[in-house]
Ligand binder design. Sequence first.
Ligand code: 5GP
Length: 212
Amino acid sequence: MNKTDRFHGQQEGLYLVVSAPSGAGKTTICKRILSLFPNLTYSVSYTTRPPRPEEVDGRDYHFISRQAFEDRIAGGGFAEWSENYGYFYGTSLDAMKEHLQHGCDLMLDIEPKGARAIKKNYPGGAFIFIMPPSMDELERRLIGRGFESRENLLMRISQARDMMGEYYWYDYVIFNDDLNEAVDCFRSVYIAEKSRRVRWEDRVGRVLKNRT
Ligand code: 5GP
């Protein structure tokens, strides 16, 4: 059995919800994990935020207007949505269902308000919080990314601190002290979640009936 079908035989996909303050290294860790597991797909959110220069519509986000976003809310199109920094962000309910029903695993990169809504409405996922090594290191990383003014930097630090206060209801915390170790830890969480007995009931049943 090769890497691609390690979890062959599971009928429903697993979703992983990942949150972290900006500067914790979430994007790098998630990209590394996605490259390791072909059955794990990144959930592309909808947003009203304008694209950044390196971002591609349909790959990083579906960039839509505020009106289109509001229409989708009214039509029940989101599994969750929230407003961050003046822009709307939401997870498509159809895309989520479609992936999971076809046995694809999904990685949702969403902030804690949306994550909480998913936890409440769609039980069964794994919730992972990525922490920076320390507040000092987080501040250094945020400064390194550039900022508009001192007030803007202080606001971002305070937002990061607030977000980190939500860690307590997640299932897993991964400290990003060292990138390779953090990726290793994330990988272990994913494999362990996929190995839960309840996910193998169908296959075990077939084996026991000798129908493989
Ligand atoms: P950014 O604008 O930097 O890409 O993302 C800002 C924040 O929005 C991040 O904390 C990210 O996790 C969050 N986010 C991205 N997509 C979604 C989504 O679909 N729903 C929610 N609730 N938050 C999202």
